[in-house]
Design a protein. Structure first.
Length: 163
């Protein structure tokens, strides 16, 4: 038992984080979210597409628990088409995250925003394969691109602009 005159000697403790004490300074390092608290995402992609695998890695690094399914290109297209996405707005992979469809190389920050705001849309898409988008950022080449929101009826509006 520690008396009132006796100094308390305890170690720093922060639940869910690492604490490093060095030369009298305390540094708190955030830990990745445990898998159980990550957002579930199912991704349909072809087995030979390297940029799709890089996008899956991007999602995992940004708080998503990904079930990546290697399927035919026709199966990938069937998922996006069922959500109302037109052929000119498609990309090389399609995901279902929450109640939404996410098409192509959409940045995780845009997905998090959509999940937080809960807009009345079917999903968001980064049409084509824009250079500089997540999974397409090899070599440092960048091009401006838009992430489009789309409805089940096929209407599209700009959700986010990326430079």
């Amino acid at each position: 038992m520690i008396g009132y005159d006796e100094p308390m000697r305890t170690k720093p403790f922060v639940m869910g984080m690492s604490v490093l004490v060095f030369a009298g300074a305390t540094l708190v390092l955030a830990q990745p979210k445990p898998v159980s608290s990550r957002i579930a995402a199912t991704v349909w992609k072809t087995p030979t597409c390297g940029c799709c695998s890089l996008w899956v890695d991007h999602l995992r690094a940004n708080g998503f628990q990904v079930d990546a399914r290697d399927v035919s290109a026709a199966e990938v297209r069937a998922v996006s088409k069922a959500a109302g996405l037109s052929d000119n707005a498609t990309s090389c992979h399609t995901a279902k995250i929450g109640n939404y469809v996410v098409e192509g190389h959409v940045p995780a920050a845009d997905i998090h925003r959509m999940l937080k705001e809960k807009p009345a849309i079917a999903g968001i898409a980064a049409p084509g394969m824009p250079m500089g988008s997540p999974g397409m950022d090899q070599g440092g080449t960048r091009e401006p691109y838009d992430v489009m929101a789309f409805t089940k009826g096929g209407q599209m509006t700009v959700f986010a602009k990326h430079k």
